[in-house]
Design a protein around this ligand. Structure first.
Ligand SMILES: Nc1ncnc2c1ncn2[C@@H]1O[C@H](COP(=O)(O)OP(=O)(O)OP(=O)(O)O)[C@@H](O)[C@H]1O
Length: 319
């Protein structure tokens, strides 16, 4: 469970949120009025390739920040580094990052989760062979799932099992997965798996959730539901940082956008401003010429309403 005791800052009013982000420095590594995460001098090299080279980054509390960038920009490696799943090459040479003011530089992934920062994981083969409910129970340990044995023998398992199970069921209910609790995770649709990844991460009561491509493999009917869940986490006071390739979603849902290219943070700003920045367009077009920066009106209110109707229809068909 999260050890964090900081009060949540709720930014659920869109106009107030827009006014807030307008006070941010719209530049790479710009300072934020209430940064929950602050990162300095993190580099990670693989052989001769520098995958991550972040001088400074601040993530504001209580809003949705998107981390975007072309393939190979270093986004996943950066996620791994700050959540303790990988170690920076610059460890001991000036690398430092803190969450809620506490240094996380030498912290293991489960300690990072206990501090209140969790990341979602795509379901691995092992997790696919477990039921939906068991996946949730394992999520309570803050483990990625790779280290199953260690997770299973944690004392938490026996001592608090019933409480944990009740919480798992509440979350499954919220994400409309309760009926699937005894199904194998591997049997879920792409969108349901994304919901499970999110629900699983919430088992540790995080203050900040980091979503890795929440829309990958999700059909349009579930898109609206997923977006709604992410927005309601923010509206309840959670900080959301997500990596996503779908620029329509980035435009629709982000309060703030951070752009990475070749390991560095190259721009920050609101979605519209960032996506019309020539340096950002160059970074994308340099990587793929058919890059879709989501610059059309696909996600209009009308389209979203239509998707919501489709979801409702699908849900009533299942009931
Ligand atoms: N374990 C590894 N061993 C060697 N090179 C790696 C490793 N992990 C990442 N890289 C390299 O580091 C760079 C950044 O990769 P990373 O996966 O972090 O980028 P990304 O922005 O998440 O890309 P994508 O959007 O395609 O997922 C790439 O050049 C990649 O090939």
């Amino acid at each position: 469970m999260s050890e964090s005791s900081s009060p949540r800052v709720v930014h659920s009013d869109p106009a107030a949120r827009r006014a807030l982000v307008e006070t941010f420095e719209a530049k790479a590594g710009g300072s934020k009025p209430d940064a929950i995460l602050s990162v300095d001098n993190i580099t990670r090299s693989f052989g001769g390739i520098t995958a991550v080279d972040v001088e400074h980054l601040e993530v504001e509390r209580g809003i949705i920040t998107a981390l975007i960038g072309p393939n190979g920009a270093g986004k996943s490696t950066f996620f791994n580094l700050i959540t303790g799943f990988d170690k920076p090459t610059s460890a001991g040479k000036g690398a430092q990052w803190s969450f809620e003011g506490k240094s996380l530089g030498k912290t293991s992934p489960s300690k990072v989760a206990q501090a209140g920062m969790v990341r979602t994981f795509q379901l691995t083969k092992a997790l696919n062979r477990m039921t939906v409910l068991d996946n949730m129970m394992l999520g309570a340990t803050g483990q990625a799932g790779e280290n199953l044995l260690k997770a299973w023998i944690k004392p938490l398992w026996s001592a608090q099992e019933r409480e944990v199970e009740a919480k798992a069921k509440d979350l499954l209910q919220r994400f409309k997965l309760l009926e699937k609790k005894d199904d194998y995770a591997g049997s879920l649709s792409g969108g349901q798996r994304k919901l499970l990844e999110m629900a699983r991460a919430l088992m540790t009561d995080p203050t900040m959730i980091m979503l890795d491509e929440p829309m990958a493999g999700v059909n349009p009917a579930l898109t609206q539901s997923l977006l709604g869940h992410i927005q309601s986490l923010r509206d309840e006071g959670m900080t959301v940082l997500f990596v996503e390739h779908d620029m329509h979603m980035v435009r629709h849902i982000s309060d703030w956008v951070v752009v990475m290219a070749e390991g560095k943070i190259v721009a920050e700003g609101t979605a519209d401003v960032v996506m019309s920045n020539p340096a950002v367009i160059d970074a994308y077009l340099g990587a793929h010429h058919d890059a879709d920066l989501g610059d059309d009106a696909l996600l209009t209110d009308e389209t979203m309403a239509q998707l919501a109707t489709e979801v409702q229809k699908e849900e009533s068909a299942h009931e």
